[in-house]
Ligand binder design. Structure first.
Ligand code: M6R
Length: 594
């Protein structure tokens, strides 16, 4: 949930740390801070964005340091609650991502032993515990401290005493970037791409002692080797490429994302030979778990798998699943997670694994925790998604679910071939939606003036109504609710009046008549209606106030075109309202706490 970085080498640490932190801001941006080793440790931290710190922070000399960008969990965003934190002597500085669940107890013990705390954070116990156990060997003191900590952590530790860094992780991601005479620590690969593409993924309970030329990794005290990987993403992937916002860039990348995700499959109709997951089993039943936008992809998945394979698919919010829900026997579980690091999803995956259920992760991040916990992985290949609002990763998840569904044995060949033909059209259909963006801008101007909006959909597009509402509220701060259209009349219709727009997804399938009926009910309560409809739907114009026209698409695939249109609508609405689109308030992209 926070981003951490470390640098040890021959160059000035400060600009490198701040540059690396700027690529991790999607993980949290309530405050940021750095600590640099000189003769002592110099710390600068504040409730500002990294960009401001780059301009305004004082000169800090030194070639070894650590940095942090925070998403507050314990204690409000403030300068004192910002990381790095230190011990009483100021000899150790620590940055932390995760939650220390027994910090109250540890803090009370430390206070009783004379330690003085300055922040409200759980993280501050770590430097004090290191101070408590330090007897000349930093590695041993850090290990002793971690042995007493319960909860999750990724940490980087800096000491004034010697030129080393310590990195350690449990249930929070952490990598080492290997350079030439320099080493990096980071929560995520994009942070080091400006400097190296050589990456080591640390595993749970690993502790690394890092110098500028070497590193040694131990796991519970035993030295261990971890493989070096070449990063598959490039630094261009994490730049805006001339777009005003990452979100707009990422929306526009979607035709290519579809090609990348299933390029080989689109051509041959067979999974590529190097596919990480072979679709070789007839499905009997399936459980899908995910959070947020990924959950909405799961709901679409339920619809298409049940429809095409006639098997029961249960979709759960991972954040609900872990708290007392009975485990219903299932033969396969799919966890959908863009980041592969969402704590709720990882806990659920582990529960399935304990029950010996075959698990498949659909994730976007190579080497992510989900890919290491699950038996198999389907990579969505959307490339790095920087904007907090998920867009291209959602479309890639949908496409992966279509591919999964079409590839599983048991589907009638003719049906499969005709759906495959429609799937092949999708990059082109998305291009057409993107070409129509200027018409969506006008609708966005209208929407931007309102405070409450309903999105309604039916059938396979009900999850898209949920997703459209999530996208709008997340980045424009307009209160929005996604609804199954038929449910409006069971209560929420009481809220409709002339200043409550309805966005109705009018699919040209067996739900159309019922949707028209819902639209008429809304119009009868004076609610303005914006319809998403086929380009050749002639009747809709006279029924509603605005129409967003979309290319005609096979019934199973309308969620894709509708979702892209709603992403554009959310984007332009937020832009009209002057919102910080890529980094909305209170949010972080990767939610590594439960
Ligand atoms: O990385 P994940 O897909 O597991 O993230 C799950 C949600 O936090 C995420 O989809 C969130 O809802 C989106 N940022 C919303 O746009």
């Amino acid at each position: 949930m926070c981003g951490i970085v470390g640098y040890i080498g021959k160059a000035s640490a400060k600009p490198i740390l701040l540059n690396a932190l700027s690529t991790l801001e999607y993980r949290g941006y309530d405050s940021c801070g750095i600590a640099i080793r000189n003769d002592s440790i110099d710390i600068y931290k504040d409730i500002v964005r990294v960009e401001v710190m780059q301009k305004e922070s004082p000169t800090l000399n030194g070639t070894t340091g650590i940095g942090h960008t925070r998403w507050a969990t314990h204690g409000e965003p403030s300068s004192t609650n910002s990381h790095p934190h230190t011990d009483c002597s100021g000899k150790f500085a620590v940055v932390h991502n995760g939650i220390i669940s027994n910090f109250q107890k540890l803090r009370q013990q430390l206070i009783a032993e004379g330690h003085v705390f300055t922040s409200e954070t759980d993280s501050e116990v770590i430097p004090h515990m290191i101070e408590k156990y330090y007897d000349g060997v930093l590695e041993e003191a850090v290990q002793a401290a971690l042995d007493e900590i319960e909860g999750s952590y990724a940490i980087a530790v800096l000491t004034a005493d010697e030129d080393i860094l310590i990195a350690a992780r449990k249930d929070s991601p952490l990598i080492i970037g290997v350079g030439d005479g320099e080493m990096f620590i980071a929560s995520d690969v994009p942070a080091v791409l400006d400097y190296t593409d050589r990456v080591i993924y640390l595993e749970d309970r690993d502790l690394a002692v890092i110098t500028k030329d070497s590193f040694k990794i131990t796991s519970d005290g035993t030295e261990i080797k971890r493989a070096e990987h070449r990063a598959t993403w490039s630094k261009e992937d994490v730049q805006k490429a001339g777009y005003e916002h990452f979100m707009l860039k990422e929306i526009n990348e979607q035709p290519r994302v579809i090609q990348n995700t299933i390029g080989d499959y689109l051509v041959s109709g067979e999974p590529s030979s190097d596919a990480e997951f072979k679709f070789d089993e007839e499905l009997r039943d399936l459980s899908i778990v995910a959070c947020g936008t990924s959950y909405h992809a799961g709901l679409v998945g339920k619809y298409i798998i049940e429809e095409l394979h006639g098997i029961p698919v249960r979709v759960d919010l991972a954040s609900e699943f872990n708290h007392g829900r009975r485990m219903i026997p299932t033969s396969m579980a799919i966890a959908i997670t863009q980041s592969g690091e969402t704590a709720d999803v990882l806990s659920t995956l582990k529960r399935f694994r304990e029950e010996s259920v075959r698990t498949v992760a659909i994730t976007n991040v190579p080497g992510s925790s989900a890919s290491r916990v699950a038996n198999d992985t389907i990579y969505t290949k959307a490339g790095p998604e920087v904007s907090v609002a998920a867009t291209k990763s959602f479309i890639a998840q949908l496409i992966s679910l279509y591919q999964f569904t079409l590839s599983c044995p048991g589907l009638h060949r003719g049906i499969r071939e005709s759906l495959l033909a429609e799937l092949r059209q999708m990059p082109n259909k998305i291009e057409q939606v993107l070409d129509g963006a200027c018409r969506i801008v006008n609708v966005a101007k209208f929407l931007a003036k309102h405070d409450n909006v309903f999105f309604i959909g039916r059938g396979i597009n009900h999850p898209i109504a949920l997703e459209g509402a999530l996208k709008l509220k997340e980045i424009s701060y307009i209160h929005a609710e996604g609804y199954a259209a038929g449910e409006l009349k069971h209560g929420s219709i009481a809220l409709l009046q002339e200043n409550t727009p309805i966005i109705a997804i009018v699919a040209n399938d067996n739900t159309r008549d019922a949707m028209i009926s819902s639209i008429n009910q809304a119009k009868a309560r004076s609610a303005p209606v914006i319809a998403l409809a086929d380009e050749d739907d002639e009747d809709i114009g006279s029924l509603v106030d605005y129409v967003i026209r979309l290319p005609r698409t096979g019934n199973m695939f309308t969620p894709v075109t509708n979702a892209v249109a709603l992403q554009l609508l959310a984007y332009h609405t937020a832009k009209h309202r002057g919102c910080p689109i890529d980094f909305p308030r209170n949010l972080a992209k990767s939610v590594t706490v439960e």
